[in-house]
Design a protein around this ligand. Structure first.
Ligand code: ATP
Ligand code: NCN
Length: 421
């Protein structure tokens, strides 16, 4: 937990400009193809419920502006996230009662539109409604991808390189298309040790997925583990290539949407989480230009950090995270926090100035079935020759056995007993 032990760690001073300054190539670009409002989440709370009325108004507004675009190309502007600035969804602060009047009034009805155009728009709106209903119907019950027989996924596929020279960003499970025309794309990134990855770490993503689907207007298009670099020097950290491989084994054979990215682990030194998120932004939004909508246009993908309550609470510890980094992480990306048994994340959020400032960009996820599987305890069990069956995937257990991991380590009793460093 203590990056101050990293050889290159310098304690940040209050309001210090980052030193070294953030790599300009990895900062969030504010030009195409990223839509700042996507990253800023329209200045609305991440868990603001999907607002049908607002949605209607937005569609109506987009349709109005789209009349000037509707031509022989028949390029639809109504059922996807707009690309041009003057077609952005209005900021929450901009929606006033005057806007209500404007939206509901007939006086602004497009005069240039032909009956044909109107029919096209009506058809588009019907299509959106039908798609929404279909998506809702499909979402009931156990999802097909959850019952996929992933044990049939071939063994032995190694996706992540062991050196930065051979590194490639994994995209084999990154959706290349947004399915729901009324949602914005979101990629979830979990940073941590994962030494080893357990079923809790896998469940965290599923809990996040449910919360996102249920409470936000985002569609999850991918999920990544980013195991921390070896220089993090935390007790019990197996070498990074083993942790990456264990995450890979766990994802490949238990999940249909999770991936592992070795970039952070392959760096020559500890990489701050803010820069890790910049790396994802760079790979997904800058290099790939975001994601395709149902109408074939590309839009920016929001990226959020997934973390447990303990990691978030470490943000309140002095000299661990730089304030500038916290503003960057919470303000530009956002955070999904899985509540940890016994920790009061909400009170913490209330008491932490920077967190409170960015609270709209933070979603707290309640564990409905408490899971407190601890990697520290798993390592202890392995050392004591005890069973770890059903705490982590078989493929990971097998890997630990094969590579004789965690056998000859000792860890401070304080850490094993829960008083983490
Ligand atoms: N019981 C838990 N509830 C919620 N989140 C958790 C829990 N345990 C770990 N996490 C989260 O999982 C992510 C990765 O955890 P990480 O492997 O770094 O620590 P850990 O699982 O606590 O392992 P260790 O026991 O080695 O400290 C972090 O965001 C952490 O907060
Ligand atoms: O970016 C930072 O300044 C920073 C400070 C402390 C911790 N982190 C990250 O938080 C994660 C903590 O993991 P863990 O195992 O200590 O819970 C790990 O991915 C670290 O890189 C990051």
């Amino acid at each position: 937990m203590d990056p101050t032990k990293a050889p290159d760690f310098k304690p940040p001073a209050k309001d210090e400009q980052l030193n070294p300054p953030p790599d300009p190539t990895s900062s969030i670009p504010n030009s195409d193809p990223i839509i700042p409002y996507v990253l800023a989440d329209n200045n609305e709370s991440i868990d603001a419920p999907f607002n049908l009325e607002m949605n209607k108004k937005i569609k109506s507004r987009i349709n109005k502006s789209s009349f000037s675009h509707v031509g022989s190309s028949n390029r639809s502007q109504s059922n996807h996230i707009p690309l041009n600035e003057n077609e952005f969804q209005p900021l929450s602060a901009d929606i006033s009662s005057n806007d209500d009047d404007e939206f509901s009034s007939d006086k602004d009805a497009p005069t240039t539109a032909s009956q044909n155009d109107i029919r096209t728009v009506e058809e588009k709106l019907k299509l959106i409604k039908d798609t929404e209903e279909q998506i809702r119907a499909i979402k009931i019950g156990v999802q097909k991808n959850q019952i996929a027989d992933l044990e049939e996924v071939p063994h032995g596929i190694v996706r992540q390189a062991k050196s930065i020279e051979n590194y490639e960003f994994p995209t084999h499970r990154l959706s290349n298309k947004l399915h729901n025309p009324n949602k914005l794309p979101l990629v979830i990134v979990a940073c941590g040790s994962f030494s080893p990855i357990t079923y809790l770490h896998l469940r965290m993503f599923e809990m996040a997925l449910d919360a996102i689907n249920e409470q936000t207007r985002f569609e999850v298009v991918g999920g990544y583990y980013s195991p921390v670099n070896d220089t993090y020097q935390k007790h019990g950290l197996a070498p990074a290539h083993h942790r990456v491989r264990m995450c890979e084994l766990a994802c490949e054979r238990t999940s249909s949407w999770l991936m592992v990215d070795a970039w952070e682990s392959l760096q020559s030194s500890f990489t701050r989480t803010a820069k890790v998120l910049d790396h994802f932004n760079h790979e997904i939004n800058v290099k790939r230009g975001g994601i395709m909508t149902s109408t074939g246009e590309k839009i920016g993908v929001k990226i959020m950090l997934l973390a447990g309550g303990d990691l978030i609470e470490s943000m309140g510890e002095p000299n661990v995270w730089a304030d500038n980094d916290l503003h960057h992480i919470l303000g530009n990306y956002g955070c999904l926090i899985v509540e940890r048994t016994g920790s009061d994340v909400r009170s913490f959020l209330l008491s932490h100035d920077i967190m409170y400032e960015h609270r709209r960009n933070i979603l707290i996820i309640k564990q409905l079935i408490y899971n407190d599987i601890s990697s520290t305890k798993v390592r202890l069990f392995i050392r004591r020759g005890m069973s770890v069956q059903y705490l982590l995937p078989n493929s990971v257990i097998r890997y630990i056995q094969e590579h004789k991991l965690y056998i000859n380590q000792s860890e401070p009793v304080k850490q094993v007993m829960g008083g983490k460093e």
